[in-house]
Design a protein around this ligand. Sequence first.
Ligand code: ZN
Length: 126
Amino acid sequence: MTRTPLFDTHCHLDFPPFQDDIGGHIDLARQHQVERILIPSVGPSNWLTITNLATQYPNLYFALGIHPHFIRQDPQVMLQQLEKVLADTSQHTHLVAIGECGLDFTVDTPAEIQEQNTDSSARTGE
Ligand SMILES: [Zn+2]
């Protein structure tokens, strides 16, 4: 029987407890037919880390964005940083999405700022 390969579209492989043995976790995922994995970023703090991981491991893909929980400073400044890193990374063949971004009403970031971040992130990805 042929098994359909799977693509995990949201796995924070750069977070504990994965970070001590990322290669081992990728191997374990493959044993369960997960052939490709997308790592979403949370903000500037992990943009470089996940870009490097996607460079190191050929079956890893990544998304750059700003999660509402990680809006720590002026949202416009963060969006300018996102635009710059997207421009700097645009030739990386494993950069496949903007994210993560969206609305999360369990965090303290005001809804208006989250909506602005989401709209601007979406426009940045165009
Ligand atoms: Zn996430």
